[in-house]
Design a protein around this ligand. Sequence first.
Ligand SMILES: Nc1ncnc2c1ncn2[C@@H]1O[C@H](COP(=O)(O)OP(=O)(O)OP(=O)(O)O)[C@@H](O)[C@H]1O
Ligand SMILES: [Mg+2]
Length: 468
Amino acid sequence: MMPRASVLVVEDNDLERSITVETLREEGFAVEEAALGRRAVELLGSTRFDVVLTDLLMPGMSGEEVLDAVKATYPATQVVVITAHGTIDSAVKAMKNGAFYYLTKPTDRETLVMTIIKAAELANLRQENTLLLRRLEGKLEIEGIIGQDPAIVEVVKIVRKVAPSNSTVLVEGESGTGKEVIARAIHRLSPRAALPFVAINCSALPDNLIENELFGHERGSFTGATERKIGLIESADKSTLFLDEIADLGIGVQAKLLRVLQEKEVRRVGGNESFHVDIRLLAATNRNLADEVAEQRFREDLYYRVNVVTITLPPLRARRSDIPLLANHALNRFSHLAEGRVKEISREAMEVLLDYSWPGNVRQLESAIERALLLCEGERITPRDLPDEVRSRKLAARTGTRSDRFEIPPEGLNFENFERDLILQAMERADWVIAKAAKMLGMTYRTLQYRIDKFGLKRGESRVHATD
Ligand SMILES: Nc1ncnc2c1ncn2[C@@H]1O[C@H](COP(=O)(O)OP(=O)(O)OP(=O)(O)O)[C@@H](O)[C@H]1O
Ligand SMILES: [Mg+2]
C-alpha cells in the first residue's frame, strides 16, 4: 500500500517522539524521526517530506529554526509545531512565520492525525502547483529559445522580425550560447518551415569533403564517384541552409559559395550544367568574422554577403537571470537519467550555478545538470553534485589574470606551462587574433608571435592547467 504521506517528526524527548512516530506509522504514514534540529536539517538535505512535525523548545536548534530551514529548502512542505502548554505565543509566532498549524501537548490521537492529513493535502497541492509553475515557465520559451533576460528578449525580437524575410542572417556568439537554437527558430518561423532545415558544420570536415557535401558531384567526376550525389545546397532548394562555423570554411570553398549566392545557381563537381537554387542562408560563427577578414582568413566579399543581419548572442554570464530557467529546463529534459527521482535544484546549488562564469555557456550548464542528475542520491541536486570547476570558482579567480597580484598556489607551479597556458588562454579569448591577445597580455605583437612559435601553439590545443 502507498503510504498516506511522508512525515518527519522532530522531538527531543525520546518517549514522546516514539509514541508520535508509532501512532503515525499505525495510521499509514511514512515516518522518519530526528531527536535534534540539526539531524532534521540533515535529513531534509536529502529527502523531501510532505509534513514536518516539530517540537518548538529543543536543546540546540529550535523548532523555529527547523521551520526556517524547511521553508528555505522546500516551500511546499508544511510544518506543524507542537508546543507545551503555556508557550502558545511562540506557536502563534511560528504560524506567522509560515507554519501550517500548531498543536499543544499532550495531543490526542485524532487531532494529531487530522492535522497531519490536512497539512499533507496542502503540501501536495503546493507541490503540484510548483510543477505547474515549472511547466508554465515553458511558456517563456519561444520556438525553443528559453530566456527572459532583456539581453535574450532582444534577440528573440530580432528573430521574429527577420524570420519571415529571405535575408541572410549571421549568428555570432561564444560556443554553447545557442546559435543553432536561434538558426532553427528562424527557419521554423519562416515561410520555408514546411521544408527540412539543412545544416552543415563547416569545421567538421576537410575542405574537399565539405565541397563535395555542399555542391555534390556527377558520376565519374573523380575516382570513387560511382554515383551522382546531390549536394546540400541543391537539397536546401526552397528551404534554409545553415552553415555552422562558417569561419572554418576554406578559402577555395568560400569562393564557390560566393558564386552560388551571387548567381543563385549551383553546379555539381564534375558537372557542366548549373541548376537554379532558391536558398535562404543562415550562418553561425563563434569567432568574430570581421577579425577573420582583417587577418585574411575570410573573404571580404563573402563577409558582406553573409553579414546582412547579425544576431549576437550574449554569453550566459551576461544573462545570469536566465540561469535558473535554463537549469530547470535541463533538469526536466534529463530527468529520465535519475528515473524522475530528482525533483529540484537546492537553493545552495542554484547559488553556486548563479555564481559561476560559464565559459562554455548554456551547453556547459546543461552538461553540469546532466552530470548532477547522474550523481545525485536524493531528490534534490546539491552543490556536492556539481562539477569541481563550477564549485571552485573562487579558486579559479585566484589564478585568473584579473587579480593585481598573482599568488603562486601552495602546490607551486611550472613556469613554462603556466606561460604557455596564459598565452593559449589569451589567444582563445581573442579568437586567435594575435594583435588582440597581445594587448590582453601587455606584450608587443612580435613578442607574442615569437612565443606562440616557441611553444608551437595551435588552435584547439588544450591547456595544462585549467585557469578559466
Ligand atoms: N536559449 C536557449 N534555450 C534553450 N536551450 C538552449 C538555449 N540556448 C542554448 N540552448 C541549449 O544549449 C545547447 C547548445 O546550444 P547550441 O548548440 O545552439 O549552441 P551553439 O552556440 O551552436 O554552440 P557551439 O558553438 O558549441 O556549436 C543545446 O543543447 C541547446 O538546446
Ligand atoms: Mg553550434
